[in-house]
Design a protein around this ligand. Structure first.
Ligand SMILES: C[S@@+](CC[C@H](N)C(=O)[O-])C[C@H]1O[C@@H](n2cnc3c(N)ncnc32)[C@H](O)[C@@H]1O
Length: 213
C-alpha cells in the first residue's frame, strides 16, 4: 500500500478543506478562462475546488491515484458516476467532472488537452526528484497557451521531511523555465502553519502560461 492509499484508508487527510480555496477564488479571474474551458486538476483528492470550477462554467479533469478519494468526491457531493475504460485508464465521470484514476506519472494524455490547470497541494505532495516529470505531465495534459495557477508552500527544508515538500519560488522558476512564462501574483506569510514546528512558512501564487513551441 502506498503512503497515499494509507492516508485515505485511515482518513488522515488534514490537507482537505471544506471550503473553496481563497487564493483560487481571488486569482482565477487573472487566468482568463472562459466558460466551457476544461480545467485540469492534478492530484485532485476530493477537493471542493472542483465544484467551484463547475460553478464558473468549466469542465474539470481530475487526476488521482486513490480510488477511495475519487469515490468520496462523487458520493459526498451526491453525484451519480459512470466508470469507463479509456486507453487502459479508468475514467470516473459525472458531467462536468471526469476523474482519471492512476499514478500521474503513468497516465497518458488523450486528445482532449486542458485549457487551464490548477495546482493546490499537488506539486508539494510529490517527492522533489519527480518534479521535472510532473512538469512534463502538465505539458502533456494541456494545450499550448494553457494557463495554470500554482500555489506553493515553502519552509526551511531541513526542518521537516515532506510531504508537503518545500517548494521555493526559485524551484518553480527553474522547473518551468523551458516553454512556460511565469508571474508571481502574491506572496503570503503562513503564520498558522508554524504549529508544525517550522520557523518560517510562506506561500506564493504563480500564474504559468505554456508557450507554444
Ligand atoms: C495533499 S493531497 C491534495 C489533494 C487536493 N489537491 C486538495 O487540495 O485537497 C495529494 C493528493 O494527491 C494524490 N496523489 C499523490 N501522489 C499521486 C500520484 N503520483 N498520482 C496521482 N495522485 C497522487 C493523493 O492520493 C492525494 O489525494
Amino acid at each position: 500500500m502506498t503512503f497515499w492509499h494509507n492516508r485515505w484508508q485511515t482518513q488522515q487527510i488534514g490537507w482537505h478543506r471544506d471550503a473553496y480555496n481563497d487564493l483560487l477564488t481571488k486569482h482565477w479571474r487573472s487566468i482568463g478562462s472562459k466558460k466551457g474551458d476544461r480545467v485540469l486538476v492534478p492530484l485532485c483528492g476530493k477537493s471542493l475546488d472542483m465544484l467551484w470550477f463547475a460553478s464558473q462554467g468549466h469542465s474539470v479533469v481530475g487526476l488521482e491515484m486513490v480510488e477511495e478519494a475519487i469515490q468520496a468526491f462523487f458520493e459526498e457531493n451526491k453525484l451519480d458516476v459512470v466508470c469507463d475504460m479509456v486507453n487502459d485508464q479508468i475514467h470516473h465521470t459525472s458531467e462536468p467532472f471526469t476523474i482519471i484514476e492512476g499514478d500521474i506519472f503513468n497516465l497518458k494524455a488523450g486528445v482532449n488537452q486542458a485549457d487551464a490547470w490548477y495546482d493546490r497541494a499537488a506539486m508539494i505532495a510529490i517527492p522533489p526528484t519527480k518534479r521535472e516529470a510532473y512538469v512534463e505531465q502538465i505539458r502533456q495534459f494541456t494545450k499550448p497557451n494553457a494557463v495554470g495557477l500554482l500555489i506553493t508552500f515553502t519552509y526551511p527544508k531541513e526542518e521537516m521531511e515532506g510531504p508537503p515538500f518545500s517548494l521555493t519560488d526559485n524551484d518553480v522558476e527553474e522547473l518551468f523555465s523551458d516553454g512556460f512564462e511565469l508571474e508571481c501574483l502574491e506572496r503570503l506569510d503562513l503564520t498558522d502553519e508554524k504549529d508544525r514546528g517550522l520557523s518560517q512558512v510562506t506561500s506564493s501564487v504563480f500564474r504559468i502560461r505554456r508557450v507554444p513551441s
